[in-house]
Design a binder for this molecule. Structure first.
Ligand SMILES: Cc1cc2nc3c(=O)[nH]c(=O)nc-3n(C[C@H](O)[C@H](O)[C@H](O)COP(=O)(O)OP(=O)(O)OC[C@H]3O[C@@H](n4cnc5c(N)ncnc54)[C@H](O)[C@@H]3O)c2cc1C
Length: 384
């Protein structure tokens, strides 16, 4: 599908491709195309390469270091990066905490953190979920008690993606237990190396370590690290979660998975099988529809039309379920190699496909489970 009707957009795509050919180290691309979790070293090195070109945060406002590209160009850029095998930048930093700092942070907080994120100097982890507070996030119990010019934080966060890479954690903490749950929550920036923090790995179904539990035991956090007023954490969190859901159909990832499926089907002699070919075609049609829906949402972003349909939740549901469908077909295409016990250090691409299939069971859970997204869609369409 060719999206760029304007020749200038086609030229832009070529410019991005040329940049990727020159700047993306082939070994880095190979590692990322296999399907395992990106390493911190690769993410950091790639962020620095992008930063040198002024491209590390295309979606940020220009005054904070964004590129000023149109939504279509941002989409084309992301698509080309994914297709070439570029690792991601730190999502928790660039896409979650940075927009919150830009909207609610003080000039000092912005100055301290945004340039460091932009350069790839600091990695962040998202400390929202707790053992008994996931979908029902407002029931979180990690306490932050005021002690002079500090908060003292005690409690536990869980499922913290890349928490073991993080220099900083942004956390929702309870600062008041006497008011309605949402009104007693504050948003704190916590140095991940503070005394009293313990980070333990959670090994996921793919055998990998990307998730963590984070324990806080009397951790002292300066009051100046609170974003927004005390009790305003829920407002920051809602803004962040809406950003997280928005445009999360992951079309570039879905495209890369489809390309891999086609290549594998051809190699396994399945492309000529009419039943298998029909299933690939179904995925391709769903993906084309998803891409147009994403572009519609991107083009409406910030306009009055944006609130007319539940774009973020719809895209999240469709994009995540398509990843799972494509992943299942990839494993099927591997035949008996898809069920063998795999070793993540094995260079065979079957290992990456199986590991990715297993990890992608989580895409319908994180960022708000698909059941919750369907509730939001229903509420939007049917009313509260
Ligand atoms: C791979 C992965 C990475 C993650 N990364 C992070 C991270 O970096 N930081 C972070 O803070 N969190 C992270 N999470 C946590 C994630 O946000 C939660 O897992 C998610 O919000 C669901 O919460 P829960 O696991 O507590 O499940 P629960 O909320 O206990 O839900 C259990 C089941 O009940 C369903 N359910 C719950 N409430 C309703 C309802 N009202 N209506 C219908 N169905 C309902 C859910 O859909 C789910 O199927 C991650 C999770 C995963 C799996």
């Amino acid at each position: 599908m060719h999206l760029e009707r304007d020749p200038a957009d086609a030229a832009f795509r070529e410019e991005v491709r040329a940049f990727l050919r020159d700047a993306l180290p082939p070994d880095m691309a190979q590692r990322n195309l296999r399907g395992f979790h990106p390493t911190k070293a690769d993410m950091q090195a790639w962020t620095r390469i992008l930063h040198a070109r002024g491209w590390s945060a295309p979606h940020w406002p220009v005054e904070h270091g964004g590129t000023g590209w149109s939504p279509l160009r941002r989409h084309l850029f992301e698509e080309e990066c994914f297709a070439a095998g570029a690792p991601p930048t730190c999502t928790a930093a660039f896409s979650l905490v940075a927009p919150v700092l830009q909207r609610f942070g003080t000039p000092e907080q912005q100055q301290r953190h945004l340039p460091a994120i932009l350069r790839g100097d600091t990695f962040w982890g998202q400390g929202f979920s707790e053992p008994n507070a996931g979908s029902d996030l407002a029931s979180l119990r990690t306490r932050a008690l005021r002690d002079g010019e500090h908060y003292v934080v005690d409690g536990q966060k869980t499922w913290t993606t890349e928490g073991h890479y993080a220099d900083w954690l942004f956390c929702l903490v309870r600062t008041d237990t006497t008011v309605a749950p949402q009104r007693g929550i504050s948003f704190l920036l916590i140095d991940a190396r503070s005394p009293g923090i313990t980070i333990r790995p959670i090994i996921s179904i793919d055998g990998a370590h990307s998730l963590n539990e984070v324990f806080f035991d009397g951790v002292r956090v300066p009051v100046e690290n609170r974003v927004g007023d005390e009790g305003q954490g829920w407002t920051c969190a809602k803004f962040l979660l809406e950003n997280e859901r928005a445009f999360s159909a992951e079309v570039p990832r879905n495209k890369r998975m489809l390309a891999r499926l086609k290549a594998l089907a051809a190699a396994q002699g399945l492309a000529a099988d009419p039943v298998f070919a029909t299933r690939i075609a179904e995925i391709e049609v769903e993906l084309a529809a998803l891409e147009w829906l994403t572009l519609r949402a991107l083009s409406e972003h910030g306009s009055d039309a944006a609130g007319a349909w539940p774009a973020g939740s719809l895209l999240h549901v469709l994009g995540s379920e398509l990843q799972q469908k494509t992943g299942a077909l990839l494993v099927e295409a591997l035949g008996e190699r898809g069920v063998i016990h795999y070793d993540a250090s094995d260079a065979d691409h079957a290992a990456g496909i199986t590991a990715d299939f297993l990890y992608r069971r989580a895409v319908t859970i994180y960022g708000g489970s698909n059941e919750i997204q369907r509730n939001l869609i229903a509420r939007h369409l049917l009313g509260p």
